[in-house]
Write a protein that binds this ligand. Sequence first.
Ligand code: THU
Length: 160
Amino acid sequence: MKSNQINIPYKEIPRAEFSEEIKLLEQHAIEAARKAYAPYSHFLVGAAVLLQSGTIVTGSNQENAAYPSGLCAERTALFSAGALYPDDPVVALLIVAFSEGKRVDMITPCGACRQVLLEVSSRFNRSFQVIMSGEQRAIVLDDNKMLLPFAFDGSDLPKE
Ligand code: THU
C-alpha cells in the first residue's frame, strides 16, 4: 500500500491588499448579487467572470419553486460568458454572497459548479483564477482545477 496526498495551494489576501482587478470584479459581483432571484433560500450569490479581452460577465443565483431547476451564480455567469463570447477564454471568476443581509465570509462553489469550472478550463485549455471574496479577505486559487481533485473530464471519454 502507498499513501498519497494532494495539496491545494491557495492565497489568503487581506482586503487592504486587494488588487485593482479584484476590487473591480468584486464591485461587479456585488452588483450581480443584488439582482439574485433567491426567494427560497434568501441566500444571494453574485459571480463576476473576467475574460481575456477584459470583458466582465456577471451572474447571480436564479432559484425555482422546483428547487433543482434553479442555477447557481457561478454557472449562470459562466454559461452566459460561453454563450456571449465563445472564443474569449476565462481568466478569473470572483464570487460573493450575502445571507440575512450580511456578507458571507467565504462563499465556495458547489460540486456541480466545480465540474462546470473544470469544463470551461478544458474548453480553453487554460486554468483560471478563482477568487472567493469576503468582507475582510479573499481566498484565491490560481488554478480552478485544484477545486476538483480526481476529476472526471472529457479526456476520460472515447475520442470518437
Ligand atoms: N449558490 C450559488 O449560487 N453558488 C454557490 O457557490 C453556492 C450556492 C446558490 C444556490 C441556491 O440558490 C442558494 O445559493 C442556496 O444554496
